[in-house]
Design a protein around this ligand. Structure first.
Ligand code: ASP
Ligand code: MG
Length: 418
């Protein structure tokens, strides 16, 4: 018998029918002999709808404290209804808000980090044989204010609670089957991964794989919480996220991620002076603009060129900042460029296998696509390329790294239950 945290996202509990199905699923898990603690998100688009409502009543950014008061209601609806649905099946269940479950956070509204969890109430109810339903996404500050953890924060609630109660497993139920080698909408033969390491998952989550919130993965890694991402609609085995994922022979790249929302700004003819780069990036940071890849080319006759990539949503704002700096920096011109994408290959096996980047550059250039920017980490290589060729490039990389067939050995094999 295991202690399991089960987390269901908003789409899994989007209406009464789905809520009933989830209740049945939880009851079945308990009947297998497990103790279940459930974390649930707000139903469907509730959080978005509440944000829309607030915009109709307040011009500009609504007061952060009241926003948290408002948004936390979404999850409170879910826990009460889910608890009723489970009790309707003749099982014992009890719902707890974030603060009742002992989720303490820092005193920041809208994006609070969890500082401590006091799960005695949760554990007591588990002890009494109850299924415990906890509201995701919310917590409380030391002086009793309601906070929320940032969009998508219910994943973090689930993982943090799993760590605090020393659960054997944290199951993240969602509307996809697991983590794939790449987006199956782009590459038909994309494979569901049987396992992936925390570090690989962290890279993929940061690169935009929406299946898990990056902060939740960080939390899981830090506390060594075994995770599984699986479908709330089927019984297929999901993808396990853990410290060391099995490396099939020859698998160096685990997955391919892409971000379609990339722009590049080039600043050309910048007089060489100490502090020019700092000026640019301090000014961008002051406007909360996240810069991704930065490239500085060599200096010719005292003039340097810089370029950097930002999310396309931030491109206009970044250009305004750069224009404003022109008199002070004395550069010749600044050029924005949209319609770019960032393609990344991720795999822990890269650490000990040279040639991953070379293979990537070869594959991309053999399609006649030029590479605009490159960045690397220990387990990732990213290239910024023109957007129109994205699908071809992802397909080619998927084949080049052996992902079209490789995972067959451990995905969809005999262990997969229907
Ligand atoms: N309901 C919150 C959101 O939509 C939290 C979550 O779903 O994880 O962002
Ligand atoms: Mg949601």
């Amino acid at each position: 018998m295991a202690l399991i945290v089960m987390k269901f996202g908003g789409s899994s509990v989007g209406d009464a029918e789905r809520m009933k199905r989830v209740a049945g699923r939880i009851a079945a898990r308990q009947e297998e002999g497990h103790s279940c603690v459930v974390v649930v998100s707000a139903m469907g688009d509730t959080t978005d709808d509440l944000i829309d409502l607030s915009k109709q009543l307040y011009d500009g950014q609504p007061p952060a404290r009241e926003m948290d008061m408002l948004l936390s209601t979404g999850e409170q609806v879910s826990i009460a209804l889910l608890s009723m649905a489970i009790q309707n099946l003749g099982k014992q269940a009890v719902s707890f808000t974030g603060w009742q479950a002992g989720m303490m956070t820092e005193a920041v509204h809208g994006k609070a980090r969890i500082t401590d969890i006091q799960p005695s109430r949760v554990l007591q109810a588990v002890e009494e044989g109850k299924i415990v339903i906890v509201a995701g996404f919310q917590g409380m500050t030391e002086d009793g204010q309601i906070t929320t953890l940032g969009r998508g924060g219910s994943d973090t609630t689930a993982v943090a609670l799993a760590a605090a109660i020393n659960a054997d497993l944290c199951e993240i139920y969602t509307d996809v089957d697991g983590v794939y080698s790449t987006d199956p909408r782009v590459v038909k033969v994309a494979r569901k991964l049987k396992e992936i390491s925390y570090d690989e998952m962290l890279e993929l989550a940061h690169l935009g794989a929406a299946v898990l919130h990056p902060r939740a993965v960080e939390y899981a890694k830090h506390n060594q919480v075994p995770l599984v991402v699986r479908s709330s609609f089927t019984n297929h085995e999901g993808t396990y996220v853990k410290e060391e994922a099995v490396m099939e022979q020859g698998v160096v790249v685990r997955g391919i991620a892409f971000d379609k929302n990339v722009s590049r700004i080039s600043i050309l003819g910048v007089p060489e002076k100490v502090g020019q780069l700092a000026k640019v990036f301090n000014a961008l940071a002051a406007e909360q603009i996240d810069v991704d890849i930065i490239v500085q080319s060599g200096v010719t006759s005292g003039l340097a060129d810089f370029s950097f990539s930002v999310s396309s949503n931030d491109c206009d704002k970044a250009m305004t900042v750069i224009d404003r700096l022109k008199p002070e920096m004395g550069y010749r011109e600044a050029i924005p460029e949209g319609n770019l994408v960032k393609v990344s290959v991720v795999g822990a096996g890269m650490v000990s296998n040279p040639g991953v980047a070379a293979k990537m550059f070869d594959s991309i250039s053999s399609l006649g696509v030029s590479i605009n920017m490159v960045s690397t980490s220990e387990i990732k290589v990213s290239c910024v390329i023109e957007g129109s060729r994205l699908n071809d490039v992802v397909q080619a990389l998927h084949t080049a790294y052996g992902l079209d067939t490789q995972e067959q050995a451990f995905v969809g094999g005999p262990s997969e239950r229907r």
